[in-house]
Design a protein around this ligand. Structure first.
Ligand code: NDP
Length: 315
């Protein structure tokens, strides 16, 4: 048995729309890409319901089914898809240098180029009661957990498209959905807000924040506070869905790659190049502005082209 460390030409970390699109292009360019999927194979779209805004799907598509299509297309051109999590990196700062990567804290591999498409993860508020009751009624994914609250009353926190979408989804399952919005307006798109407004069993409470999640082992209610009047009130609910945005998955690149104050990777203008040669970033991990599946796919394509050109220039 050989103890040689595996050398990969194009390693892709993360399996959302950015990662798979990078794989399709890299495979067709004969870069023999290997994808490590991360824990959430298929990425954030697998936790969403209907995806209606991805071109080429006139009737919309289920998020998980769409990601399965992405995967099949990447595999059709020879991408190797592996289930595993990259847990550490030792990246070269030299042009043509070899990057070392650890998978699942045990397997060492080497890569000539790396495309980082690790995406972003849902944020929580950080209250002790919220953290304690995750899995006991607190969730950040309505499509994953909404089913458990059939016919019950739930609260959604947030005011963006995710909150509006989650609330609309839950309104079809639950008896009543209350959205807590900390400002006096929602930032969700007009179309999403319209859907919320015309749904009878959704109530929006403005200027309202979560003060405490009530319950010992499971959620029995929430205490909320009006941030204008400081008035508190208890709402009896069994489920609490947090929909307040995401944070980029870049912990393993801290102090290695340039990132902004939130942790989004910084890429050079109009490219996917990071500050290290041969390391590229695509998708939500480097985009706090657009964060759409289609824009992620677009930057995935760019990253594969950037990797191909980088390797070509070394020859
Ligand atoms: P956003 O960053 O757009 O919104 C987060 C929301 O959470 C904001 O309204 C913010 O309030 C609120 N919030 C943040 N922190 C707190 C807190 N501590 N307490 C209470 N509220 C808080 O994130 P989204 O996940 O909604 O959307 C991310 C991106 O994905 C957007 O570009 C969106 O358009 C897109 N998206 C598109 C969808 C689609 O097209 N189908 C579906 C879902 C998302 P405040 O406004 O006060 O800052």
């Amino acid at each position: 048995m050989s103890d040689t460390i595996e050398r990969i030409k194009c390693l892709i970390i993360g399996s959302g729309p950015a990662g798979y699109t990078a794989a399709i292009y890299a495979a067709r360019a004969d870069l023999k890409p290997v994808i490590y999927t991360g824990m959430q194979m298929g990425g954030q779209l697998t936790t969403t319901t209907e995806v209606d805004n991805f071109p080429g799907y006139p009737e919309g598509s289920d998020g998980t089914a769409m990601m399965e299509d992405f995967k099949k297309q990447a595999e059709r051109f020879g991408t190797e898809v592996r289930f595993g999590v990259v847990t550490a990196v030792n990246l070269s700062d030299k042009v043509g240098g070899i990057h070392k990567v650890t998978v699942d804290a045990s397997k060492e591999i080497e890569a000539e180029t790396i495309i980082i498409s690790t995406g972003a993860t849902a944020k929580y508020l950080g209250l002790e009661s919220e953290q304690r009751l995750i899995g006991g009624g607190v969730s950040a994914c309505a499509t994953c957990d909404g089913f458990f609250y059939k016919g019950q009353d739930v609260v959604v926190i947030g005011a963006g498209d995710t909150a509006a979408e989650e609330a609309t989804y839950l309104s079809n399952i639950c008896k009543k959905v209350t959205i807590l919005v900390r400002k006096d307006y929602m930032r969700a798109s007009k179309a999403m807000q319209h859907r919320v407004q015309k749904t009878e069993n959704i109530e929006v409470m403005y200027n309202t924040e979560l003060d405490e999640v009530l319950g010992d082992k499971v959620v029995e209610g929430v205490r909320v506070i009006n941030n204008q009047t400081q008035e508190k009130q208890v709402i009896d609910v069994t489920g609490l869905f947090i929909a307040i945005g995401h944070k980029p998955n870049t912990e393993i690149f801290q102090d290695v790659l340039d990132m902004d104050e939130v942790g989004y990777l910084i890429t050079q203008e109009k490219t996917t190049k990071t500050n290290l040669p041969g390391v590229f970033a695509a998708g939500d991990v480097q985009d706090k502005e657009y964060r759409q599946a289609v824009t992620a796919a677009g930057t995935g394509c760019m990253a594969a082209l950037d990797a191909e050109r980088y390797l070509g220039a070394l020859e």
